[in-house]
Write a protein that binds this ligand. Structure first.
Ligand code: ACO
Length: 340
């Protein structure tokens, strides 16, 4: 039997702070031209990336998550011991276990928090945000830390031009708290999965199906493999689809949105999907040129840019949307409540 708390008991979650972090080292298209047979023109035309940040050797996902999390907690006017729940959306955990959430809990001194990692690839942040918001809504958490962080450079084959130009490293974190204010907060979410798309974007080895061995390493199976065109077509169709579903359910027309903050996989995917929705470029955040695809990091990095440039303001109706390996698809509708 499913026991759901009465709706009146449900709280609405609001984002009470946002912070991001990228490692200082920059990998430009010119750098990549020296590593593989590619060109700045090809990369700019196909995906719109100019540069991306990558970690130095020895730096892990929790190191990026730590920087973003401490800043987010301080910006919320809290200390780490105030956090009672941590969810880290990541596809590149420091280790399979302990989870990056556990490593992070210790690193930042969130002594009263429990938590876990959530694997949803490029939908890592939207899925983690959904989870955190539900923890707040049910009353299970008072102050949740939601992180999207990835060190994609740790699973990218820098001899494979079809994938190595696409990705970067980065992290973002938000603190969620309950609000009684009807006007602000996380209004709704829409998530779905099409697991039949798994083989189109995956890392074949390193799990229980194909544990690490001399053979898996020699055949480079510990790197991201992708059927680019299959992923592209699925992403465009479902980025539009998930936005329509959540907007329709809430009786909102696309033109009533103030801002779409999509996962940054490719400027072409974002432009096709947003044009199909009828959204003008000024209502769509694209910052992939500076960061590449940081997987679970893209949406907080894009939200942060939108806040800092004044494009995302208190009172705005903003839609986050993602498509990622799995395939995973997600959207979160928010009435933005952060003061500048
Ligand atoms: N530089 C130069 N040439 C390249 C490169 C490169 N970096 N990569 C591939 N090429 C070549 C190919 O070898 C091919 O050459 P050929 O015609 O001689 O065989 C040619 O370019 C065209 O290759 P396609 O794979 O057909 O190129 P396409 O137009 O599909 O673009 C791309 C490839 C950019 C990967 C595109 O398919 C895409 O954006 N897919 C979505 C991928 C994505 O976003 N993944 C991220 C994770 S999933 C997510 O976040 C949604």
């Amino acid at each position: 039997m499913v026991i759901t708390p009465p709706l009146r008991a449900m709280k609405r979650a609001r984002i009470s702070s946002l912070a991001t972090y990228v490692p200082p080292r920059v990998l430009t298209n010119a750098d990549l031209e020296r590593m593989v047979d590619t060109s700045d023109d090809w990369i700019m035309q196909r995906v719109g990336i100019r540069e991306r940040h990558v970690v130095d050797a020895g730096v892990a996902t929790s190191d990026l998550a730590r920087e973003a999390s401490l800043k987010a907690i301080a910006r919320a006017g809290l200390v780490p011991a105030d956090i009672d729940f941590i969810v880290v959306g990541t596809t590149t955990p420091d280790t399979l276990f302990p989870s990056t959430a556990c490593v992070l809990q210790d690193m930042i001194g969130a002594t009263n928090a429990w938590g876990y990692d959530l694997v949803a690839a490029c939908s890592g942040f939207t899925y983690a945000l959904t989870t955190g918001a539900q923890m707040i809504a049910s009353g299970a958490s008072k102050r949740a830390l939601v992180v999207g962080a990835d060190v994609m450079s740790s699973i990218i084959d820098y001899t494979d031009r079809t994938t190595c130009v696409l990705f970067g490293d980065g992290a973002g974190a938000v603190v969620l708290e309950a609000t009684d204010d009807e006007n602000f907060g996380i209004l709704d979410f829409e998530n779905y999965v099409d697991g039949s798309g798994g083989p189109a974007l995956c890392m074949p080895a390193g799990g229980s199906r194909l544990p690490a061995s001399v053979e898996t390493i020699a055949s480079r199976q510990h790197y991201v493999k992708q059927e680019g065109q299959t992923v592209f077509k699925f992403a465009v169709k479902n980025m539009e689809e998930v936005c329509r579903r959540i907007l329709d359910r809430n009786g909102i027309k696309p033109h009533q949105l103030d801002l779409l903050v999509p996962h940054q996989a490719s400027s072409r995917i974002i432009k096709h999907a947003s044009e199909k929705l009828g959204l003008p470029p000024e209502k769509v955040v694209i910052n992939i040129d500076r960061f590449g695809n940081t997987t679970a990091g893209t949406i907080p990095l894009a939200m942060n840019d939108a806040v800092e440039s004044g494009r995302l303001k208190r009172g705005d109706l903003v839609l986050l949307a993602s498509v990622g390996a799995g395939f995973t698809v997600g959207a979160v509708l928010i009435r933005w409540g952060l003061k500048p």
